[in-house]
Design a protein around this ligand. Structure first.
Ligand SMILES: Cc1ncc(COP(=O)(O)O)c(C=O)c1O
Length: 303
């Protein structure tokens, strides 16, 4: 058996945990008797931002020094965070990118950052990418990427270890809020958050993708991570603005305004949709007078 390199402990990166909680005064909430808190997971680490730290740290430990292979689209926050973790911890990383038409094009700034951090990129066609969790397809991708020994992290980083890693987010909010809200892609962060909250708290997920698959996916992630459904959680599927990465003018204007009111850089693909949804729900009277609402800030704009 070849000896694996020494497994680096991500704790050497000194994450800022628990992440800070800040109250913001915003009359759109205050006039409905709702106190708004921002749970600043974006401040955990400058490169492993927000839910990325919580999801990746347990996987970096489990990889035990093996190369880390994961999946994402051309602008994936998760690919960038994985590449940065590889650079910081001296681990080899391989990114499987959706869309083989990108192979011969200049890299966009997000993928360029990945390669600058040492990630090896391998582009696959969209139909293969869609089938990447089928064992035969995955084996073919690993062979083609010359990465058969790699530790594989799924798209979005949401495996059982990652979901268990996100449970600390809920635990950090115990006693702090009645409702904890988060933007959802795969549902992994929501699944962990809900499991970590106390019995008198609930979690609310705002999906940024269009479709009705997320409740089933989140429940399945909880079953894989914890053996069954945990905590109290629900989704409001009305705030996707047309789907993933769609950021129409109304959303941009809302995010610009939120930034200037509260000096918070608002990530557009997830966080802006979450905050917009929370203002709309508050204005609809969805939260009883006296509710403390914690919005989890899971990301920062890419610059
Ligand atoms: C900034 C940000 N917020 C929220 C999420 C959603 O996380 P999840 O896929 O666990 O639902 C992501 C996903 O990658 C993200 O990048």
């Amino acid at each position: 058996m070849p000896r694996l390199p020494e497994a680096p402990d991500p704790a050497v990166l000194q994450p800022r945990l628990p992440s800070p909680v800040r109250e913001v005064v915003d009359e759109r909430f205050a006039r409905h008797g709702v106190q708004l808190l921002l749970k600043r997971d974006d401040l955990i680490h400058p490169d492993l931002i927000g839910n990325k730290w919580r999801k990746l740290a347990p996987n970096l430990r489990a990889a035990g020094g093996r190369p880390l292979l994961t999946f994402g689209g051309a602008y994936s926050n998760h690919l960038r965070a994985t590449a940065a973790a590889g650079r910081l911890l001296g681990l080899e990383t391989i990114g499987i990118v959706r869309g083989d038409e990108l192979t011969d094009r200049p890299l966009n700034p997000s993928l360029a950052r990945c390669t600058a951090d040492g990630m090896r990129l391998h582009f696959v066609d969209r139909s293969t990418y869609r089938r990447k969790s089928e064992p035969g397809t995955l084996a073919g991708i690993l062979r083609a990427a010359d990465a058969e020994e790699a530790y594989v992290v799924p798209e979005g980083g949401s495996n059982a270890l990652a979901v268990r890693g996100c449970r600390t987010l809920g635990e950090e909010l115990r006693g702090r809020a009645d409702v904890a809200a988060v933007a959802c892609g795969t549902g992994g962060t929501l699944a962990g958050l809900a499991a970590g909250l106390a019995a008198n708290q609930r979690a609310l997920g705002i999906p940024v993708l269009k479709g009705d698959f997320l409740a089933a996916d989140t429940a399945a992630l909880q079953t894989r991570a914890f053996g069954g459904r945990r905590g109290s959680w629900s989704l409001d599927t009305r705030f996707h603005f047309g789907g993933y990465a769609r950021t129409p003018g109304e959303l941009e204007a809302f995010a610009d305004d939120f930034e200037s009111r509260h000096a918070l850089p608002v990530e557009r693909l997830y966080v802006a949709k979450l905050l917009y949804g929370l203002v709309a729900l508050t204005e609809e009277g969805a939260f009883p007078w006296g509710t403390t609402l914690a919005a989890v800030i899971t990301g920062l704009p890419f610059s």
